[in-house]
Design a protein around this ligand. Structure first.
Ligand code: ADP
Length: 170
């Protein structure tokens, strides 16, 4: 009889302020590679997010409904401690361009030093998504630009509403 294969429980951490179609494509691909994927929001109000943690949890839960093995999580302290707490053995991250690489490498090496049994895996962004970042989406939306196709429709509506509510600029 074949050895039972180990289950892969992965954390995909990020700010998701807001989630973009780039994140979503990565989640769709990642979810096919692992048993469970916990998309986890870093709760760091010092970053002055556009959307509160509660709003981001709501948004993620809404757009991640179609993925049965994907759930939403929330963490505040060290990512590797949170991963261990959730029984995860993999951290999933995305690389869009060389500019992501240096930071991601530093983080992956630090996390490995802190908890050698948790591995970091990277997926390359799809070519259609490699230019999308939450920051740029917010900047364009704050100036009244069209972000359809860059974020899910429900997120586009929330962005419109938020920038109508307060005349915020990023
Ligand atoms: P952070 O606060 O870490 O910048 P993000 O939510 O922007 O969080 O990103 C979380 C992860 O998703 C990072 O690994 C980032 O490189 C990746 N990512 C962000 N946007 C995209 C995209 N368009 N395509 C693929 N990966 C992405």
């Amino acid at each position: 009889m074949a050895e039972p294969t180990a289950r892969i429980i992965a954390i995909y951490p990020g700010s998701f302020d807001p989630i973009t179609n780039g994140h979503l494509a990565l989640i769709a691909r990642g979810s096919r590679l692992v048993d469970r994927l916990i998309v986890s929001i870093l709760s760091n109000e010092a970053k002055q997010p556009l959307f509160s943690v509660e709003e981001r949890v709501d948004m993620l839960e809404e757009v991640l409904k179609p993925y049965p093995n994907v759930e939403v999580g929330l963490f505040g302290g060290l990512l590797v401690d949170y991963a261990a707490e959730r029984g995860a053995n993999l951290i999933l991250r995305g690389i869009r361009a060389i500019s992501d690489y240096e930071y991601e490498l530093q983080m992956a090496l630090m996390n490995r030093r802190l908890r050698p049994n948790i591995e970091t895996a990277f997926l390359m962004a799809g070519e259609a998504y490699s230019f999308i970042s939450s920051h740029l989406v917010k900047e364009v939306a704050s100036l009244g630009g069209n972000v359809s196709g860059l974020v899910p429709p429900s997120i586009e509506a929330r962005l419109k509403h938020r920038f109508q509510q307060r005349s915020v600029r990023i």
